[in-house]
Design a protein around this ligand. Structure first.
Ligand code: MN3
Length: 200
């Protein structure tokens, strides 16, 4: 079974004005689709064919640049589209809200730490929130299409991520990455993040 580009649960223009329709169309239809096709080509006829993308990331040979970039690109965008949505934003309720408060002291503290990780990632990469088995939540950032599951990552279960490659925001925000990071907080689908936390 090859990997498939997952269907989006919302229209390209559903996240405006936070993310514009043109950016969504190119980001999903070209970038994510490209990672998906490249990944399928790379694993075709190898031991990785038939494995889950999580397994592929976890047991990745970091020297395998093609698999690292495209496997990461596939996994990272899958998660990204799931944890944003048109009815998102605000402060989280339920277990995720409680866990953020107990791990970071307050939602504001969490927002600051996550935003800092996203803003200070030099060049292309991602910011992450990961849930560890002992209940600890941890923020980190990764370069390029690396993710926390990979052997160079912090591990745990990634439950929230933000793409800070320029292709994710440049059409609308140009060099203003901090504005894009702020806008991201208007579209986080906390119900889905909560589901991922509970189902870890
Ligand atoms: Mn991207």
């Amino acid at each position: 079974m090859d990997f498939e580009l997952p269907k989006l649960n919302y229209a390209f223009d559903a996240l405006e004005p936070n993310i514009d329709a043109k950016t969504m169309e190119i980001h999903y239809g070209k970038h994510h689709n490209g990672y998906t096709n490249n990944l399928n080509n790379i694993i075709s006829g190898t031991d990785n064919h038939g494995k889950s993308i999580e397994e592929i990331c976890k047991y990745l040979d970091l020297e395998n640049k093609g698999l690292r970039n495209n496997g990461g690109g596939f996994y990272n965008h899958n998660l990204f589209w799931e944890i944003i949505g048109p009815n998102g934003g605000g402060e989280p309720n339920g277990e995720i809200g409680e866990s953020i408060n107990s791990n970071f002291g307050s939602f504001e503290n969490f927002k600051n730490e996550f935003s800092k990780a996203a803003a200070t990632r030099f060049g292309s990469g991602w910011a992450w929130l990961c849930a560890h088995k002992d209940g600890k939540l941890e923020v980190c950032s990764t370069a390029n299409q690396d993710n926390p599951l990979m052997p160079n990552g912090i591990g745990g279960n990634p439950i929230l991520c933000l793409d800070v490659w320029e292709h994710a925001y440049y059409l609308n925000y140009q060099n203003r990455r901090p504005d894009y990071i702020n806008a991201f907080f208007n579209i986080i689908n906390w119900e889905e993040v909560n589901r991922k936390l509970i189902n870890k």
